[in-house]
Structures are given as structure tokens and as C-alpha cells.
Design a binder for this molecule. Structure first.
Ligand code: FES
Length: 238
């Protein structure tokens, strides 16, 4: 294992402790950094309190400098700004020795290589302040919120290509992510799996079963363009 300039390195992200992807992640982590690296995993699936406590423990134990390898799948500039500003608040006088680097859990070898690439590490002092007003501080003007199930049973029933088609058709209809249009959010299991692939629409709070390209076309045209429910695709209470 290459030497690290850090007294402690933590691997931080959701779904790192349990599940099939966590199993693969941990197996690869052991191969790259040894069995002891398992103790450096901080799973944020249930929130960040565990991470903040772990950072405080490292500071109290003098385990500095400390590097967080952030493995959040949807990491972004605002997310990293937030993470760094939280660490800045926790670390206070130690903040100069808290650093963050953003990696990808599915490309762990590359993520581990980042540990030695200090030019890619971000400190936790003088973190850019969140702008007082920005488009992501306003409630968007979408009319519909659509929840697409990416759970295991809907996925096996062919949900993913249908959702791709839906996104493309909404875009072609001028209804994707715009005022009066549709905002899409992917979800895990929404529960009526046997009637899936499951898609729910708010308003009106309708549960749809979408199984074919023809269903996608009807949904886009009738629900999102014409604004009326597609009765034939509404799920029934069984
Ligand atoms: S997996 Fe989609 S509703 Fe359960």
C-alpha cells in the first residue's frame, strides 16, 4: 500500500456497509488497502451524524491531518461545499487539517489513488459561502412531480428503458424540467411491485402501471400534455 500524508483516511458514502455493492466495495477495499481499511468506512445511508462524530473522535485522538474520500454517488459542487463547510464548523481550529477528495465507489482503485494526489484535495477553511439567492434556493415552477420506481422488481419488469423513453418523450414534448412541466425523481421500491413498473404522479397523486412504449406515449400526451388522467393505466387496489 502506498504511503499517505494523512494520519487517518476515511471512506465516506451511502450503502458502503450493507448490500451487494457494499460487499464488492469492501472486498476491493481489502485488496487495495488491507483488512484494517474496513474500520475506515463511514456509511452515510442513515445520515451524517455518524460522520460528524467520527471526525470529532479523530480530532480528539489527534489523528490529523484527516482526509475524507467522499464516495457519494451524486456528488456535486454544492454538495462538496456543504460537506466542507460542515467540517469547517466541526473542526474549528483543526479545520486546516481536514481535507476532502471526491471519488467514485465503483472505481475504487482510482479513488484510492486520489489519496496520494494532494493537489486534488480540498481544505475545509474559507469554504465558499452558499449564495443567498440562487435557482436552487427557489421552489421550481414544475407542475408535476413524477416518481419513477427503480426498485428491483420494477427493474426486472423492464422499467429502466421505459423511463429513458419517458424522459426523451417529455423532452421532445417540451415538458421536461420547465415551468408547467415535469420534474422526475428516481425512487426505490414504491410497494405495488406486482403491478409495476410503477410510476406515480403528483398532482393528482396517481399511481400508474407503465409496461410498454405505447403506455409511455399515452402518459406523456394525455397526462402531461393534455392534463387528464389516463384511466386505463391507473393501478387498482387488488
Ligand atoms: S420495485 Fe417498484 S414498486 Fe416495488
Amino acid at each position: 500500500m502506498p504511503s499517505s500524508p494523512y494520519a487517518r483516511v476515511l471512506f465516506v458514502g451511502p450503502d458502503l456497509h450493507q448490500g451487494s455493492l457494499a460487499e464488492l466495495f469492501q472486498r476491493q477495499l481489502i485488496a487495495l488497502r488491507g483488512e484494517a481499511a474496513l474500520a475506515a468506512i463511514v456509511d452515510t445511508t442513515e445520515g451524517y451524524d455518524g460522520l460528524w462524530q467520527r471526525v470529532r473522535d479523530c480530532i480528539d485522538a489527534g489523528e490529523l491531518p484527516l482526509l475524507l474520500v467522499d464516495l457519494a454517488p451524486n456528488s456535486s459542487s454544492p454538495y462538496l461545499d456543504w460537506l466542507r463547510s460542515e467540517l469547517q464548523g466541526i473542526g474549528q481550529e483543526a479545520a486546516g487539517q481536514l481535507l476532502v477528495v471526491s471519488g467514485d465507489a465503483s472505481r475504487l482503485e482510482a479513488a484510492c489513488a486520489l489519496i496520494e494526489q494532494t493537489d486534488k484535495h480540498l481544505g475545509c477553511v474559507e469554504v465558499p459561502a452558499l449564495p443567498a439567492s440562487h435557482s436552487w434556493s427557489c421552489i421550481p415552477a414544475h407542475h408535476y412531480r413524477v416518481l419513477l420506481c427503480n426498485g428491483p422488481r420494477c427493474t426486472r419488469r423492464g422499467a429502466l428503458p421505459l423511463w429513458k423513453m419517458l424522459r426523451e418523450q417529455l423532452k421532445a414534448a417540451g415538458k421536461l424540467d420547465c415551468a408547467g412541466g415535469v420534474h422526475i425523481t428516481g425512487t426505490q421500491c414504491q410497494f405495488p411491485c406486482d403491478q409495476g413498473p410503477t410510476l406515480s404522479v403528483y398532482p393528482p397523486g396517481a399511481w400508474y402501471q407503465v409496461r410498454s412504449e405505447a403506455d409511455v406515449q399515452r402518459l406523456v400526451q394525455e397526462q402531461f400534455v393534455e392534463g387528464r388522467e389516463v384511466a386505463e393505466l391507473i393501478m387498482r387496489q387488488l
